[in-house]
Structure formats: structure tokens, C-alpha cells
Design a protein around this ligand. Sequence first.
Ligand code: PMP
Length: 352
Amino acid sequence: MPLWEDKIRKVVPYTPGEQPKEAGIIKLNTNENPYPPSPAVKRALTDLPDTDLRKYPDPAVSELVGALASRYGRKPSEVFVGVGSDDVLAMCFLTFFNSKDKTVLFPDITYSFYDVWADLFRIPYETIPLDDAFRIRPEQYIRENGGIVFPNPNAPTGRAMPLADAEKIIAANPGSIVIVDEAYVDFGAESAVGLIPKYDNLIVVQTFSKSRSLAGMRIGYALGNEKLIGYLNDCKYSFNSYTMNRTTIAAGCAALSDEKWFQKHVGKVIRTRERAEKEFAALGFRFYPSASNFLFVTHPEKPAAEIFEELRKRHIYVRYFAKPRIDNYLRVTIGTEEEMDVLFAALKEILA
Ligand code: PMP
């Protein structure tokens, strides 16, 4: 063993969903939007003068921050942006979960990056079990803690929590920061953004990756009161001032300018999800209602791991987590109508 070994920060990293290289794959494994982004994005990228790339980008990302502030009815000082919501959430963990001894709380079945960040930053944490129907129980979060984070809708379950329940958690914890991760909120859950003026301990995190079809651009943001956003910026500027590059900023502003595209495509994904629910049910799958762009399904007869492998052989990728309580479930991203046709034809064959 090298002599320096005990001085290294060791972590077990997050495992992102596969990005297969071969063509002709039906990719329903990482909750990407199946539609290309607003055409305004491509125009903005084409129009970007290459002479601009010579210069550093605006460290405050004022243009995108301003556009987000007006979209959500907040002040620019209440908006923080980062390289995908993963970057924003990592900054939030670093900034807000800094208690030495109190544990941060999040659900036992949830976004599998939370425990990775907690371990990376040496934050003590405890997981709180979802109930048997995969619901977050707000009363379980009314106890001493060093901070709270949960997605709404939750992932990988897709289940949304009523805003009143989220508010119970926020209201009961004035002494710690509550982060509501709204990566999938646009597909049918109630956002907590409207609660920001009422609670000074609330941070809401959202992303352009899902509902704005820009997973490849990496844009995420946090909304909260000026003081909290100020603390987030202090940490960011102590780490890397230029997290967002000029192309990303241009793409983000363009995407945000096209509200019509946004409404239309979110609607399309929701309609395909509704159709998928019918088809999964007809094939005997069981699932809870989803407020996201994916369904979390289980079959009473055929093990999820087997269905996963059979789909893969047919070049259809979905997500399988070999984890306690969910190892008989598949998380299936909603694709285009045509992709779902191929998926259901394959499932019929596999289950025959
Ligand atoms: N939160 C949740 C619950 C997610 O599922 C994801 C997607 N992996 C993210 C945050 C991060 O998404 P992004 O970094 O693309 O914004």
C-alpha cells in the first residue's frame, strides 16, 4: 500500500444510467426527454459569435438568472444557477448541510446521489422509510435533524407528494434548511416555489434536463431567499467562478424564451404517460400514479431483472436498481409514441 494511502479522500461514486454508443437503441433508462429542445436553442447556438468564446463567461450568469427570476416571479438575488441540478444540489449539500453532529434526513428510496454527496462531504445522514405505497410520510421528518432533502415527485418512484405535506415538513423545521428537489415537477406535481416568501428555510431546485430537453447542456437552478442564495454563491465562488459556459447560458436563455414549446412538449409526455399506464396495466404490471416523465413498474409473475435483460437483448434500455425494496421494479422513461409502440410489442413477447 502506498504511504500516502490514508491521506486520500475515498468515496463510492454515483453510477449514472448507461449511455450506450450503438445506434438504433430505444433509450428509456435516464429520464431524458424524447423530443429535441425548442428550435430557439439551435438558433441561439448558431448565432453565438465565436469571438465571444475568447472571453470568460459572466460569473454571475446574470442573463439566465434574470430570465429565470422573471419566469418564476422572484428577484434575481433569489436565483442560483449551476451545471445541471446535480451541481446545484452538490453545492446545496456543501453549503446548507454543515452541522457537525445532527443527521441530514432523506427517504430510503430516493435519488441515489444524495448519500453519495453526504459521504463526499462527510455529512452524517439517516434515511427515512417510505410507506408501503412508496409515499413520503411528513410526520417522520418532524424531529431533530441537520437538514432535509427530498424530491417531489420522488425518484425513482414517480410519486408526488401533495404540496400541503411538503409544507408540513418545511414549517416544522425552521431550524434547518429543507431542499425540495423538483427535477420532475413540470410533469404533474405541485411546486413549492410559491412557499419561498413564507419560509426562510426553503430551497427549491429544478432543472432544464427533463421538461426542457436539455440534459446534454447541463443547466440547473435553485430558488430561495436572498440570504440563502448569497451563501450558495459564496461557496460557488470559493470553488469555481465560471461554472456555466457561454454556449450553455445562450441555450438556457433561448429555451426559457419559448414557453409555447415547453407547454406543448410537457403535455405530449404526459399524454404518452397516460397511454403507457393503460398498456402496462393491460399487461398485468402494477404501479403507482406517476407525476413525472417515467413509470416505476413491477410484474407479479415475471421478475424485473429478467424483463430488464430481455428488453436489453432487444436493444431497449430501461433502468433496474438491485436495491432493497425496489429490486423487483423497473423505471421506464416515457419515450415518443413510436418508442413506446416498440416497448409494448417487446413486453408482449417477453410476457407471452
Ligand atoms: N434530481 C433527481 C431526483 C434526478 O432524478 C436527477 C436526474 N438524474 C437530478 C436531480 C439531476 O438532474 P440534472 O443534473 O440533469 O439536472
